[in-house]
Design a protein around this ligand. Sequence first.
Ligand SMILES: *Cc1c(COP(=O)(O)O)cnc(C)c1O
Length: 359
Amino acid sequence: MKIRKELLPSEKLKPLFEDATKLEFGKNYTDHMFWMEFNREGGWKNPAIKPYQPLVLEPATMMFHYCQEAFEGQKAYRSPKNEILLFRPIENARRMNRSMTRMCIPEIPEELFLQAECELLKVEKRWIPKQRGTALYIRPVVIATEALLGAVKPSDNYLFFIILSPVGFFFQEGFNPMALWVETMYSRAASGGTGEAKTGGNYAGTIAATQIAKNKGYSQVLWLDAKEHQYVEEVGTNNIFFVIDKKLVTPPLTGTILPGVTRKSVLEMAGDLGILAEERLISIEKLVEGIESGMVTEAFGAGTAAVISPIGKIGYKDEEYVINNNATGYWTKRFYDTLTGIQYGELEDKYGWVYKVRE
Ligand SMILES: *Cc1c(COP(=O)(O)O)cnc(C)c1O
């Protein structure tokens, strides 16, 4: 599809960051955004790249009331050869469509999703920072824009947009393990709900529990299943992995867990790195027993924002359990180094995961 370009004159462009490494995650935005609207008669039409701008929406817009929406999270990286690289972007295009289908939003063709990202990145390439560890975060979003309070039903109109945010080092204080609080009252996602879709409502409900964890001195919540509060599911907005008895273990995708691209990549590369990977239920009681007995030797979160985040402490009920002396473990570091090495185009990409944006 032809994407119309309505670009700012050069004197209206924002000044670039001074030190990209210090940019906080998701606080700064580039000069332009991608924009495409849907209506029942015409489908998805008139894709454009426009100046980054406020949205003008009626207070009755369905999105604000019933949260019919979906989003994605990706990064564009600069390779040492100055190429623009994406990591498995087709996986994001597919997941966006799965989330949209769950939310009754009409799909966007995968090729159009990818074309929109590539053309926006080409316009905004000066914003892709060069230092290792920095990136340009990509946030595609789709929202219901019909103004109607009267019915909870699929909207007749939608807006799909993509905004870009340059991001610095995720671990500003170094690759230090985080401490998790196990939440035993609130739940993130219930069976039959929307847990496996990347949709706003899943996150609004987690803020209260995260505040409780923060007040107790923990940085994130370790979520358990909603029914029994017995099985480990996710950590904050990341998937979770453990090294238990020399095996890499993560919970299976049973509908309440977000199917992360990072998670999938860790599982697919584990065998090549020399560790057996297993998807199975992990009970919190067995987990803390395993930490105490020394069977559980490592834990880490996996997601696009931080890629791999080491976990050093788990607070559960009245006890605190320390993993690997609160130090980053061998496999945690291996997965971090290998994945980021592939993402930045430094290591050989034998899986064909890296997508070069053609300039
Ligand atoms: C986005 C997200 C993840 C990680 O997915 P990636 O594709 O690896 O970035 C994990 N859990 C939740 C709840 C998420 O929203």
